[in-house]
Design a binder for this molecule. Structure first.
Ligand SMILES: [Zn+2]
Length: 199
């Protein structure tokens, strides 16, 4: 009996391992489109455009965003000793509202610059400057794109107001929250809850 369990366990392990490898390979294939082979490019301007979709967020490890449609325009200015990338990001991602906890489309739009220099002086790196090996000939922009999209999100994400200045939060949740707020505030549990919701 024990042997059967061990065999089943092993089969399970092998199956999981194979599935994981397959997933990793699919993910690598997907992200290939975000790799810029700058080695073969002439000095000067080069334009790239990326469509970031649900798949991008699904395949990004530990992504806090799971859905969205974002267009990323990248202008690369290749120079003799550095690469200057200008990112223009526009689209939306689905986030959960911090007030009513329902999901909504949050508009993301903004620009970012990334300067890539060649060498070993890692201490020169900043948010904007990346140092890579002199022998490198390609760069994967996917995690910069993910990071830049995240930087466009505020810490507190709340449903926008409509044209009349009314909240577009889930009305049922808001109604319940209001009832909570009007409860006897001497009850410490309510006060704590209200405090939490107000954060
Ligand atoms: Zn809301």
């Amino acid at each position: 009996m024990k042997i059967i369990y061990i065999r089943l366990y092993l089969i399970g392990l092998i199956y999981n391992f194979a599935a994981q490898k397959k997933e990793e390979k699919e993910s690598m294939n997907y992200f290939k489109q975000f790799v810029i082979q700058f080695g073969g490019l002439k000095n000067g301007d080069h334009q790239f455009n990326f469509d970031v979709s649900d798949e991008f967020f699904e395949k990004t490890e530990y992504s806090e965003i799971s859905n969205g449609t974002v267009n990323v325009d990248v202008l690369l200015n290749k120079q003799e000793n550095m690469l200057v990338f200008n990112f223009v990001i526009s689209g939306f991602v689905v986030v959960n509202c911090d007030r009513c906890s329902y999901p909504f489309d949050f508009e993301v739009s903004g620009g970012r610059k990334l300067i890539v220099k060649f060498g070993e002086e890692k201490y020169e790196e900043t948010d904007e400057i990346l140092i890579i090996s002199k022998t490198a000939h390609q760069i994967d922009l996917s995690h910069y794109i993910y990071e830049y999209i995240n930087l466009l999100l505020p810490i507190k994400k709340i449903h926008p107001e409509d044209e009349n200045g009314n909240s577009t939060c889930n009305p049922e949740v808001i109604r319940k929250l209001k009832i909570l707020e009007n409860q006897d505030s001497t009850n410490p549990r309510w006060t704590e809850l209200i405090k939490l919701k107000k954060k």
